[in-house]
Design a binder for this molecule. Structure first.
Ligand SMILES: Cc1ncc(COP(=O)(O)O)c(C=O)c1O
Length: 280
């Protein structure tokens, strides 16, 4: 049972967790410490306040990475899945625009607007062409079409892990295999899946994975983009060169800690659920 405050009796029952979830009280308590006591700037590591903040950020990266089976070095913290998706799509397309080849993005047509509108904004500027992957009337993906499109050459393939409106769970492992076979970078928006179903970033051939904290009992305005080692992205925000220059801006330490703690708790509870199910 999630330790949130018991809602006032006048509150209606909340049934919209695809939209957002309450912050787990354990997450909020930890965040409070990093807002009011250990409030240092994670880049000011010449004193103990900065050190503690920097260590908390590193620890959060470990928690995120563990939940989705990635390396903590592959985790870039952002303001949420919308920013993560923008960084992956714009960053990978802008990285390739100098190649003078025709750039093409294939998308599941029922992706979140963060994916669709970013792709169409690039198309409008003439930077990339957008192809819709084929789905049936229930929104299920045609894997043969994915293979056909990948075989013809793509700059980026976008398939979400779970749909926010109709709840479909997509065969990411199969999609990743196809992407790897044709060496196509693969963005998976896993906002609705992380912390709910198992995700294996390392083994499933995903290149970029978008996470949102507020979908898994963490705070709003915090998220991550997991970038497979060896893949280059053009930054879309410029400034102090934070996070290897990929995402400048003073780190939102409490938000990052909140995301990390939410991931740690979800991993723990998913393992407990599995153990409970194994007893039935
Ligand atoms: C599937 C999906 N992708 C992306 C987003 C955007 O996430 P965020 O609110 O963290 O920007 C959402 C949230 O509504 C979502 O459900």
């Amino acid at each position: 049972m999630l330790p949130t405050d018991t809602p006032n009796q006048n509150y209606p029952i909340y049934l919209d967790c695809h939209s957002t979830t309450p912050v787990d009280k354990r997450v909020a308590e930890l965040m409070l410490h990093y807002m009011t006591k250990a409030f240092g700037n994670a880049s000011s590591i010449d004193h103990s306040y900065g050190d503690e903040a920097e260590q908390a950020v590193s620890q959060a990266a470990i928690h995120v990475a563990k939940l989705i089976r990635a390396s903590s070095k592959e985790v870039i913290f952002t303001s949420g899945a919308t920013e993560s998706i923008n960084l992956a799509i714009q960053g990978s397309i802008l990285e390739k625009t100098t190649n003078k080849t025709r750039l093409c993005i294939a998308v599941l047509p029922i992706e979140h607007k963060a994916v669709l509108d970013t792709c169409y904004a690039l198309a409008k500027k003439g930077l990339a062409e957008v192809i819709n992957l084929q789905i049936d009337s229930k929104g299920r993906l045609d894997l043969d079409h994915v293979e056909k499109v990948c075989a013809s050459g793509l700059s980026l393939l976008c398939v979400m892990a779970a749909n926010n409106e109709i709840g479909n769970i997509y065969p990411i492992q199969e999609v990743g295999k196809i992407a790897q076979k044709y060496n196509i970078p693969f963005l998976c928006d896993a906002s609705q899946a992380v912390g709910k179903i198992p995700i294996n970033f390392e083994e499933w051939g995903i290149t970029y994975l978008a996470i949102s904290a507020h979908k898994l009992y963490g705070p709003k305005g915090s998220g991550a983009l997991v970038v497979r080692k060896g893949y280059q992205l053009n930054p879309i925000l410029f400034g102090g060169g934070h996070q290897k220059g990929l995402r400048s801006g003073t780190l939102n330490v409490s938000g990052i800690v909140g995301l990390g703690e939410a991931c740690r708790l979800r991993l723990l509870e998913m393992e407990e659920d599995e153990w409970a199910i194994s007893l039935i």
